[in-house]
Ligand binder design. Structure first.
Ligand SMILES: *Cc1c(COP(=O)(O)O)cnc(C)c1O
Length: 394
């Protein structure tokens, strides 16, 4: 099997698994318990918080453990909205191509009377800092712009957006789920107030993530109960998963440069090869993109059929995101960069990790053009285009 869907989830690293086992087999006490077995778990938790904070240039007291990226996004946005509403500020700036964890939370706030402004995404998958500067108003209580897009891989100018927000005194949240462990993050230098990450996107376990909230930002609890996470997130901590997350993030950050170099070479080969397919286009910025992300639209095919045929050849890829597949709507991300419905339906996302090999990339480059040709040969619409009865879009 060739796994090229690392933006959906990653395989756990040996390091992450090994870091978890002792906290299932030996040190399994409740960190809130006062006896030694509990305090050992509490100590581990404290150290994990320190190690995760260090990877982000944050301080340990600014890290809150959550059940993953979605919960962190929800809590960050709802907290900023509640804090704003208390001061009569109910305007939120975001973008049209955020993850649904962000967009659906914003929808909820809209129903509560918040004014939500979604910035247009440029054709190359970018949000420019000037767009944010122009949109900020007196009553803006939050800017939330993702660090890197999970479908088309474009990487936003986060430091520049952060600087604008800080100068105007507006809290800035970034969904960094695709960036953490893959791109350098420095919450201080980049003026980030709130940041979400998720362990299973950097070879850690699923169901665990973290929210960084700069000192002084009041968080609203989504889950009420005990006093864990300084009263902001109730529930006994998932110590093994947290230990796995800390180990995975440290490992990813330690190898970031080498992994990036490797991935850039694989990515370049894939993009060059797939660009040879007629009537195709690369989605997202060619340069400012995640090192492992390749996303193409092929005219005249259905992404779903492409995935099924690739699956038959042992290749795991995706079309749009794992969260939207299963619905017939085209990806909101591809629509946001101006791809027409028909084109947006024919997309392929390949997301690599450092375990992928050159041989795998060559196999993908053998398979995709064959499958695209096969699907086109069965399509009546494609025949019309070839015969000149309908115009090509790409
Ligand atoms: C995967 C992902 C999420 C959701 O994270 P979970 O841990 O699966 O809840 C949020 N935002 C982005 C950009 C993602 O890629």
């Amino acid at each position: 099997m060739i796994y090229a869907d690392n933006a959906a989830t990653t395989k756990m690293s040996r390091t992450a698994i090994d870091a978890m086992l002792p906290y299932m087999e030996e040190i399994w006490g409740n960190p809130s318990s006062l006896y030694e077995a509990g305090q050992q778990a509490a100590q581990a938790l404290y150290e994990a918080r320190e190690r995760i904070a260090a990877c982000l240039h944050a301080s340990p007291a600014e890290i809150y453990f959550t059940s993953g990226g979605s919960e962190a996004d929800n809590q960050a946005i709802l907290s900023a909205a509640r804090n704003g509403a208390r001061k009569g500020k109910k305007h939120i700036i975001s973008s049209a191509f955020e993850h649904h964890a962000v967009l659906h939370t914003l929808e909820k706030l809209k129903k509560e009377g918040f004014a939500v402004e979604l910035l247009d995404v440029h054709e190359n998958g970018m949000i420019y800092p000037q767009q944010v500067a122009d949109a900020i108003r007196e009553d803006t209580c939050l800017v939330t712009i993702m660090y890197a897009n999970n479908e088309i891989g474009s990487v936003m100018p986060i430091a520049k957006i952060g600087k604008i927000c800080r100068e105007k005194g507006v809290p800035f949240h970034t969904d960094a789920v695709q960036a953490a462990g893959h791109l350098p993050i420095d919450v201080q230098a980049q003026n980030i107030d709130l940041l979400s990450l998720s362990a299973h996107k950097f070879h850690g376990p699923k169901g665990i993530g973290a929210l960084y909230a700069k000192k002084g930002i009041l968080l609203t609890s989504l889950i009420e109960g005990g006093a864990q996470e300084r009263g902001r997130r109730a529930g006994t901590e998932n110590v093994p998963a947290i230990m796995g997350m800390a180990a995975a993030l440290e490992e990813a950050c330690a190898h970031m440069e080498a992994n990036t170099e490797r991935l850039l070479a694989l990515r370049a080969r894939l993009i060059a090869g797939l660009s040879q397919i007629p009537h195709s286009t690369l989605n997202g910025d060619p340069k400012d993109r995640l090192p492992g992300n390749v996303n193409f639209c092929f005219e005249g095919i259905e992404g779903e059929s492409l995935l099924l045929l690739l699956d038959d050849l042992g290749i795991c890829a995706s079309s749009g995101s794992a969260c939207t597949s299963g619905s017939l709507d085209p990806s909101h991300v591809l629509l946001s960069i101006g791809r027409p419905h028909e084109i947006a339906h024919g997309s392929l996302r390949l997301s690599l990790c450092a375990d992928n090999t050159e041989a795998e990339v060559e196999q993908i480059l053998q398979a995709v053009p064959r499958v695209v040709t096969q699907l086109r040969s069965m399509s009546p619409l494609w025949k019309d285009k070839v015969n000149g009865k309908k115009a090509f879009i790409l």
